[in-house]
Design a protein around this ligand. Structure first.
Ligand code: NAD
Length: 485
């Protein structure tokens, strides 16, 4: 019998009112793991109403008490990390190591959210006019919700709800219907926390659930992460309904390599970044721009490194590249590769045909590298969401910067060099929102090339925390009039 996932609403597990279900498939084995409800208006009504009712008490709960729940959540994730990582690997295809890294990042968000009392301090201005003092305070905005994508079954929800909760909001989490199991298990663990009912609910489903959240009058602020088309739709409907919207869409990421870059560091960072989680993360580099002889120096080593990556089932400790999320996704990636070849690109490494012993039906695709990709071609203009890397050779750093700035480059652009002047120019001139400079340091965190060291990663996390706190709070100007006589 299929396991049927339930919602967690108002402090209890409840069956969805929807009679439709989506299968949750293990992309390595193609076996069905569970059924998740397609969701409906009534499910969201129940979750949003419970969140709305609990908002007043939660808002007046002292922040130090709210923080205690986060500390306990962190302990629960840490003490169950292996179990959670295995569920994550089975539903998403990530390797066990990648799943564990994701859960560790989620715990770091919980930690960061505990600094809320410092980050939400108000401001005070004395004597702005005769007998008048003014101060600004931050208050919660009520009920928040997040709608998350398949590629981070745990992390994305944790990059929003801890901040929202600790700021005094109540919350609904709507995970991707493709990967709903790890977060469901996390909510089971969180039951032991005895959070006040309705403060944090889990509502499963697909587009009907999303629409119901976007239309529900009690939901005030919504964080969305997903593909561009859905992000645009969600943003339009949410803002039309007067909601505060935080929307992250699809991404293209670039790496520029100058001839003086350290070969070993560059090759390992590029290969780890491009092919971890089978290239299905929003920081995955899709185009490497090699300046002059960097092309000849780096390309053969990069092919070697990519070829050496072992494809396999994520619970196999030797596997480095898991399957992509679905058969449709694999088909789409293969079509995009063929399209680029038809447009004149040279196929340097072909990963389209791969057999993983014991997992012959799995949705695997090996690292693939193409060179001479066209500036207006398929790979350069489309988000691939797969282990595919395009190479372009240019003459100068200026040309590389111009090329990146001419594109809607979304998430990040990084430079590998040992030249400080070039690094500074890149930092100033590049238009991407996340800028990475790597001057030869080892890169222990493959997911974030642009943050090549742990402390830099924490800086990025801190900035993200600040933005999310701003999103889930509103400032209020209080003017106090003191009668002087
Ligand atoms: P997706 O857009 O298909 O789904 C995201 C969410 O939207 C899911 O919860 C899904 O249920 C919901 N949804 C899907 N179709 C819908 C519809 N028609 N109407 C309303 N809601 C709908 O995205 P995905 O494939 O799950 O995730 C991959 C995408 O997410 C990639 O484009 C990736 O770049 C992006 N992403 C971006 C970031 C970032 O920080 N910018 C981070 C992670 C992922």
């Amino acid at each position: 019998m299929d396991t049927i996932l339930r919602n967690y609403i108002n402090g209890q597990w409840t069956e969805s009112h929807s009679a439709k279900y989506f299968p949750v498939i293990n992309p390595a084995t193609t076996r069905k793991l569970a059924k998740v409800p397609a969701g409906c208006l009534q499910d969201v009504e129940e979750g949003a109403n419970a969140a709305s009712l609990s908002a007043v008490t939660w808002q007046t709960t002292p922040v130090n008490q709210r923080i205690q729940y986060l500390h306990k959540m962190k302990q629960l994730l840490e003490s169950h990390i292996d179990e959670l990582a295995e569920i994550c690997t089975n539903e998403s295809g990530k390797t066990f190591v990648e799943s564990k890294e994701e859960i560790i990042l989620a715990t770091e968000h919980l930690e960061m959210a505990c600094s809320v009392p410092l980050l939400t301090q108000g401001k005070f201005a004395e004597g702005v006019a005769s007998g008048i003092d003014e101060f600004i305070i931050r208050q919660p905005i009520g009920v928040g919700a997040c709608i998350t994508p398949f590629n981070f079954p745990v992390l994305i929800a944790f990059s929003f709800f801890p901040y929202a909760l600790v700021c005094g909001n109540t919350y609904l989490v709507k995970p991707s219907e493709k990967v709903p199991m790890t977060i469901t298990r996390i909510f089971e663990l969180f039951e032991t926390l005895e959070l006040p009912k309705g403060v944090l609910s889990l509502v499963h489903g697909g587009k009907d659930t999303v629409n119901a959240i976007l239309n529900h009058p009690s939901v005030n602020a919504i964080s969305f992460v997903g593909s561009n088309a859905i992000a645009n739709y969600v943003y339009k409907l949410g803002t039309t309904n007067g909601k505060r919207m935080q929307v992250h869409g699809g991404a293209k990421n670039y790496i520029v390599v100058l001839p003086d870059a350290d070969i070993h560091t560059t090759v390992s960072a590029v290969a780890n970044n491009a092919f971890c989680f089978a290239g299905q993360h929003c920081q995955a580099v899709s185009t490497v721009i090699l300046v002059n002889e960097a092309f000849e120096r780096i390309t053969p080593k990069l092919i070697e490194a990519a070829q050496a990556k072992k494809c396999g089932y994520g619970m196999d400790p030797s596997a480095e590249v898991g399957p992509v999320i679905s058969n449709e996704s694999r088909k789409r990636i293969k079509e995009l590769i063929q399209q680029e070849i038809d447009e004149g690109a040279e196929l340097l490494l072909d990963g389209r045909v791969v057999t993983v012993k014991g997992f012959e039906d799995g949705y695997f695709i090996k690292p693939t590298i193409l060179s001479n990709i066209k500036q207006d071609g398929t790979l350069h203009t489309t988000e691939i969401i797969g282990p595919v890397l395009g190479l372009i050779q240019v003459e100068t750093l200026e040309e590389a910067i111009k090329l990146i700035n001419s594109r809607d480059c979304g998430n990040s652009a990084s430079l590998f060099t040992q030249n400080g002047v070039a690094a500074r120019k890149f930092r100033y001139d590049i238009l991407a929102k996340n800028v990475g400079i790597n001057m030869g340091m080892a890169a222990p965190i493959p997911i974030t090339t642009f943050c090549s060291r742990k402390d830099l990663f924490l800086v990025a996390l801190h900035q993200q925390a600040n933005q999310t706190i701003d999103f889930y709070t509103q400032t209020k100007l209080v003017t106090e009039h003191w009668q002087t006589e």
